[in-house]
Design a protein around this ligand. Structure first.
Ligand SMILES: C[C@](O)(CO)[C@H](O)COP(=O)(O)OP(=O)(O)OC[C@H]1O[C@@H](n2ccc(N)nc2=O)[C@H](O)[C@@H]1O
Ligand SMILES: Nc1ncnc2c1ncn2[C@@H]1O[C@H](COP(=O)(O)OP(=O)(O)OP(=O)(O)O)[C@@H](O)[C@H]1O
Length: 303
């Protein structure tokens, strides 16, 4: 039986620890990146078409390029090339993850498109093959496929799944206008040079996962997790967008146990003691705030 349409649901992420090492000769930074998937989702639907076509819908869709540069399109092309076929597919992106918000929205769409096309084209790729293509597409893409919680090392693409012993309630304050991920890494390097520590591998300690954070996840202990949240890119994001300091403070005053910039920002993430408090924090922060729980499952076929 041939398949006519495949829809994949894929989660956003927050980095509960982002330890950034020195700049490598290839321009990337070695990381100890503890990813947690959160229940804000994009949907990507793949249907047969004459040629590769991308459409989308959602509040932020105007800032997403609906052409060959779209990460979902690049994923379809990469999969087709690997199998020597032409990517005759229409990909429709239902976008709910903030764009350029540090929540891996583009990476999510790439992982979703890969799984949707693999299913539509009946390729039956192994998990390892899909993860290898994900890693070529971007550092965050393997985690978008995997979901749950994981430690990412290398540039973030080499994953070890982590155990999570409970569910955590979050609020995300989405800022107006995104931040460019390369610009935030560059600012992190600039601040390190300014502080005299240097920015190259060798100048900066090798990044390592914090054992207290890993036990907090394993135990489902929200207070211990709040105490261990850390993002080495936060200073750089605040340097580029100083007004985020006020957002972090507002969420803390509204009842969050801890506040952190999500990845490269500018979305701010607030860890709440429970779902009720998360709802109250979101209401206090206003219409740009979204409550969600973690961990969430990775990319999966829903229709
Ligand atoms: C900030 C994070 O979202 C945290 O999870 C990621 O590190 C960014 O992952 P991503 O958006 O998938 O990034 P990529 O598409 O792989 O790389 C975009 C750019 O970000 C910078 N980059 C990314 C990952 C990394 N480990 N070191 C870097 O310096 C590089 O300038 C790179 O050219
Ligand atoms: N499918 C896509 N969805 C969103 N952005 C895309 C997509 N494809 C390409 N882009 C481009 O990628 C840029 C980064 O968007 P994205 O939403 O992935 O940022 P991000 O969440 O900050 O990423 P990360 O957290 O992985 O660093 C956008 O400005 C947009 O131009």
């Amino acid at each position: 039986m041939s398949v006519n349409a495949v829809t994949v649901r894929v989660p956003a992420k927050v980095n509960v620890q982002l330890a950034v090492g020195g700049r490598r000769p290839d321009g990337f930074h070695d990381l100890a990146n503890v990813f947690l998937a959160v229940g804000l989702y994009d949907h990507v639907t793949a249907t047969p078409a004459q040629e590769l076509r991308i459409t989308g819908e959602g509040p932020d869709i105007a800032s997403v390029p609906l052409d060959a540069s779209n990460l979902a399109a690049r994923a379809a092309v990469a999969l087709a090339e690997r199998h020597n076929i032409t990517p005759r597919v229409h990909l429709h992106i239902g976008k709910d993850i903030p764009v350029a918000g540090g929540m891996a929205g583009g990476s999510a769409d790439a992982a979703a498109a890969l799984l949707a096309c693999d299913t539509l084209w009946g390729l039956g790729s192994s998990r390892a093959d899909l993860l290898a293509i994900c890693a070529e597409l971007g550092s965050d893409v393997p985690f978008s496929l995997a979901g749950g919680a994981a430690l990412g090392v290398g540039r973030g693409e080499i994953l070890t799944p982590l155990e999570v012993g409970g569910s955590f309630s979050w609020v995300f304050a989405v800022a107006d206008g995104g931040l460019s991920t390369p610009a935030v890494y560059r600012e992190c390097d600039r601040l390190r040079r300014e502080q005299g520590t240097g920015d190259a591998a060798g100048d900066v300690p090798v990044p390592e996962a914090d054992p207290r954070l890993l036990s907090a996840l394993r135990d489902g202990d929200v207070h211990a997790l709040a105490a261990a949240l850390h993002n080495d890119l936060q200073a750089a994001a605040l340097s580029l967008r100083p007004e985020l300091a006020g957002t972090l403070q507002a969420g803390t005053e509204a009842g969050a146990l801890a506040a952190i910039v999500s990845g490269s920002g500018p979305t701010c993430a607030f860890l709440a003691p429970d779902a009720d408090t998360a709802g109250k924090i979101a209401a206090t922060l206003g219409s740009s705030a979204r409550a969600a729980t973690s961990p969430a499952p990775g990319a999966s076929v829903v229709a």
